[in-house]
Write a protein that binds this ligand. Structure first.
Ligand SMILES: C[S@@+](CC[C@H](N)C(=O)[O-])C[C@H]1O[C@@H](n2cnc3c(N)ncnc32)[C@H](O)[C@@H]1O
Length: 253
């Protein structure tokens, strides 16, 4: 039977990878790399660097393909995501059918951990459900950007007995201004934290965590800190063409 490994590779620091992930890298023969189509794709480079650094044989091959682009759908956000997943399922099915021989092991290198805001598990389930390709798959956990963020700031993710909410910028925008108690925000392209200025919250922010471009800032979320994060974010994004940042908003005790 064909086998697929979904390997969590951490969120940017090539040393934040587990022994289990390194062993999995060494079991796979075919690596599927999804290319976002940027001229200078740091994320793709990090994946190939990880292969070179940790794989102790030269019997593997890389299959690089263009990732379908997510388009805004006139029928709404959820429909846009659904359509994108359908396109990715078609692509994954083709890769497994054409690029992997019976008995071979293939791998997808997943940013951070495959269970957190990543669609690879859902898409492989979709491909299996279609019944046209038969394979087994295994998930190898990775260090998430959330863990990288709190480690970098030297804070626990939750305080004693306190719940923690992990959400998106999109969802944060719908929260009342006094609602966040302890919230990690990901996938926020619009600096939604600005809405919560002068609400007595602390922010712990990090961009490009674990990479040479890493930036972190923290403190009481007031006009000045908000402007500073926005400026850094804007400058870095213009320079590099992309940004990934994550932050924690916390009401002090
Ligand atoms: C599609 S999600 C993938 C999350 C990933 N599976 C994980 O475990 O962290 C992408 C979001 O993760 C966060 N992220 C990923 N890598 C990051 C990094 N190195 N620094 C800061 N945020 C990061 C950002 O919020 C980004 O918008």
């Amino acid at each position: 039977m064909k086998q697929i490994l979904l390997i969590g590779i951490g969120a940017g620091d090539p040393e934040q990878i587990t022994v289990q992930a390194i062993n999995a890298l060494n079991r796979a023969r075919v690596f599927f790399l999804l290319d976002k189509g940027y001229a200078d794709d740091d994320l793709l480079r990090l994946r190939t660097d990880i292969c070179q650094r940790y794989i102790r044989n030269d019997e593997y091959r890389l299959v690089q393909v263009r990732d379908p682009q997510r388009e805004d759908d006139p029928q709404g956000y959820a429909r846009g995501i659904e359509h994108w997943h359908e396109q990715r399922a078609v692509l994954f099915e083709r890769l497994i059918a054409d690029e992997l021989q019976e008995g071979e092991v293939g791998a997808f290198l997943v940013w951070g951990d495959p269970a957190l805001y990543d669609s690879t598990i859902r898409i492989l389930d979709q491909v299996l459900e279609s019944g046209r390709e038969v394979f087994e798959y295994q998930v190898i956990p990775g260090i998430t950007s959330v863990q990288a963020l709190v480690a970098r700031h030297r804070i626990p993710l939750n305080r004693i007995g306190e719940p923690i909410r992990i959400t998106t910028g999109r969802r944060l925008a719908d929260m009342a201004r006094d609602e966040p108690e302890n919230v990690v925000v990901m996938l926020d392209a619009h600096c939604t934290f600005e809405r919560f200025v002068d609400q007595g919250l602390d922010i712990y922010w990090g961009a490009y965590l674990g990479t040479p471009d890493e930036m972190v800032l923290s403190g009481r979320l007031d006009e000045s800190l908000c402007a500073q994060i926005k400026r850094l974010r804007h400058e870095a994004r213009s320079r590099k063409g992309w940004i990934m940042d994550t932050y924690l908003l916390r009401k002090p005790l």
